[in-house]
Design a binder for this molecule. Sequence first.
Ligand code: ATP
Ligand code: MG
Length: 412
Amino acid sequence: MRFSKLFTKTLRTAPKDEAARGAQFLLRAGYIHKELAGIYDYLPLGLRVLENIKKIIREELNEIGCQEVLMSSLQNPEPWQKTDRWDIEKMDIWFRTQLAAGGELGLAPTHEEPMTNMLKSYVSSYKDLPIYVYQFQTKFRNELRAKSGIMRTREFLMKDLYSYSTDEESHDKFYHEAEKAYKRIYDRLGIGGDTFQTFASGGVFSKYSHEFQTITEVGEDTIYFNEDKSVVLNEEVLNDEVLQDLGVKREELKSARAAEVGNIFTLREKYSAPLDLAFNDKDGGRKTVFMGCYGIGVSRVMGVIAEKLADDKGLVWPENVAPYKYYLVNIGDEGTKLAEKLYKGHEEDTLYDDRDLRPGEKFADAELLGIPYRIVVSDRNLEKGIIEVTNRATGETRELPAKDFSLSNLHS
Ligand code: ATP
Ligand code: MG
């Protein structure tokens, strides 16, 4: 991509009402645009980041036997009435709309009800199970407070996975596979080291649910952990009974601010019973399907990565997530000639800053955008026969011979 052709441009200032550093950089660097509080647009660079995050999640979920679907955002109230979640007193985050022909619809805050209801058409026997289905979908929630840029918004991208099993035992097996897949996902996203699976409140149906919490100052939650971080728990379950259950003492625990980047729940029959999703078992008996659900806040993850890895100059994307791998800068006539040559064949992984700007301005934008490798091809360096490659994360610059230099063999 040529920067001169990129539709967005970098901004010198961020909106005053954005407190989080990551959010300010995302706005200034042109990854996102703010429509209203808690409502954002994703621009070309931001969309590439989202797609990279989705790709990693998709690969890991497909690996454990999940299948991708895309359900509607407009929702029929009926299944929600059956589970008693249509009531605004019980679910206060609903956005609702009216059909021109009369009648009300909901704008998807989540999909347990429509997914479970839909499966009634496809599940009749134990032979039809298990089913593991997921989607990447826009959710709408009338959150009282929007916070930290794209970390808590009123419209956001979620990956939601639902598992439908014949019994608890086969459910548990899959739940364990999902835990491991989640760990791989956060590792590949570059936040694995600071993301912990926590014990969270599980409601009435199972003792605990699990959340995945990433330590960050701008997080809304507080987590508690012991020194080696083998036991991590959420604030809401910090009580004597749970401490005893987990075998830790209160004084052994430290606390940290964290953001919930995902969660996994054993739902048992919570939704399948009221929606009557049942099957004929081997022995001929009728049984209710055993359910689990597994969420990841895709756009929140993007905000958390931006926030956590940024430094005072701008964003720092891990290679797996970055919108481009290389940020190519041309300086001078000879520099431009060679940069043009290097760029050929790398239109997909390189952002080529071919703009008619002073080097200092290009370098500042390179730091703001946070692309992993900056390659400077300048007349002055070429006289010395070198090309400079700077690693955005470490700040380290290497001088490589200009002769035979190619972006393709940069890492070999
Ligand atoms: P939270 O406690 O943060 O409100 P939640 O318990 O409502 O989250 P779920 O309904 O299970 O979360 O949603 C799955 C994931 O979607 C969460 O783990 C989180 O990463 C993300 N998420 C939830 N609400 C929002 C929001 N308003 N904006 C952005 N991401 C969100
Ligand atoms: Mg919520």
